[in-house]
Write a protein that binds this ligand. Structure first.
Ligand SMILES: [Fe+2]
Length: 347
């Protein structure tokens, strides 16, 4: 039998067998374009599909998400954008790739300070940018961001690239509170204290502390939980065990926090299902999963943090509006270049 005939015969047979799915049935689906790593959103997406029967498909991008949606135009399959960092959320709005969302369920669950006033982006989780300090070599339990420029830390600090969104948002917050001149002076002192050229991710800084290369680093809170519980790469538990978390403050303003968030894509072809997903991500259930499995701080009030995160102590978050932080991003990025922060202390 020639092959095409065989295939046709098999297809007919499959369709005739009860219980055999055959060609996929049309199922409701949401297409997600994500800057968040798949492993970090998988737990909530799984729970969403279990609850609603709506499938999710994730396109992970590490850059160019807005540009891609803009280029796809009205034919873009993107329904929901998931991203980290306030500047990326505000830039998605500015580039015109989002549309407003006004859902009572979301507005009730997410405080106004974590939402765009017009609903173009909504914060889903919070994270603090904290100090990872060597348990063995750092006795201090209180260190401010300003202290990191003190010569007593010379040769003892590690950090990822100063141009990374997480650091730019912190430097932006400093510019808001201190002004550009003071922040630049601070950055020069901070650079002089670096143990090595900025490199790697936040977890790599904890690894460097465990290896004795530096004594303190800046990192996001959730990575501490991810290291503490990492069964796939148990070496990360050693990095976790080498550090303690210190909540730094900008003067008496509190610890710099940033958000991960969501937006409805401008041409979302599956808008109804997309809104169901967005409502779900703002719900108590999803907020609990984010807290317990991804070690984020929920944005919905009253949802408990994980045990690991609770062990850090109480986060006092800087109340500076997130949109202020986004405004200073360019100034912060230019400052990092001017100071040549990424060249390390030797330059
Ligand atoms: Fe991250």
């Amino acid at each position: 039998m020639p092959a095409p005939t065989l295939r046709a015969a098999l297809a007919a047979l499959c369709l005739a067998v009860p219980g055999f799915a055959g060609p996929a049935l049309a199922q409701e689906k949401v297409n997600i374009y994500s800057y968040r790593q798949p492993a970090l959103i998988e737990p909530v997406l799984k729970a969403f599909t279990e609850e609603t029967g709506i499938a999710t498909e994730v396109l992970f991008l590490d850059k160019g998400l807005d540009e891609r949606i803009a280029a796809e135009g009205a034919n873009s399959p993107a329904d929901v954008i998931l991203t980290v960092d306030i500047s990326r959320l505000t830039s998605a709005k500015e580039k015109g790739v989002t549309q407003p969302v006004d859902e009572a369920g979301i507005n009730d669950n997410i405080p106004a300070e974590y939402r765009d006033a017009e609903g173009h982006w909504i914060g889903v989780t919070r994270r603090g940018r904290v100090i990872y300090a060597s348990k063995d070599r750092v006795s201090e339990d209180q260190i401010s961001y300003a202290d990191l420029a003190d010569p007593k830390w010379k040769g003892r600090i590690c950090i990822r690239s100063g141009q990374h969104d997480y650091n730019l948002a912190l430097f932006s917050a400093m510019i808001s509170h201190w002004g550009a001149e003071k922040t630049e002076e601070w950055m020069k002192g901070f650079k002089a204290n670096l143990a090595r050229k900025p490199d790697g991710g936040d977890r790599d800084q904890a690894k460097a502390i465990a290896a004795g290369e530096c004594d303190i680093a800046l990192g996001n809170t959730y990575y501490v939980g991810l290291m503490a519980t990492n069964e796939k790469d148990p070496e990360q538990k050693d990095w976790y065990n080498a550090i303690k978390v210190v909540f730094p403050s900008i003067d008496d303003k509190g610890t710099h926090v940033n958000v991960s968030g969501m937006a409805l894509a401008r041409h979302a072809p599956n808008k109804e299902a997309a809104l169901k997903l967005m409502n779900f991500l703002a719900s108590e259930k999803a907020q609990e999963i984010y807290a317990a499995q991804v070690f984020e701080y929920p944005v919905k009030e009253g949802v408990a943090v994980s045990d690991v995160v609770a062990s850090f102590g109480t986060l006092k978050a800087d109340a500076l509006p997130l949109t202020e932080i986004a405004k200073n991003r360019k100034a912060a990025s230019e400052m990092v270049d001017r100071v040549a922060l990424d060249d390390g202390a030797g330059s």
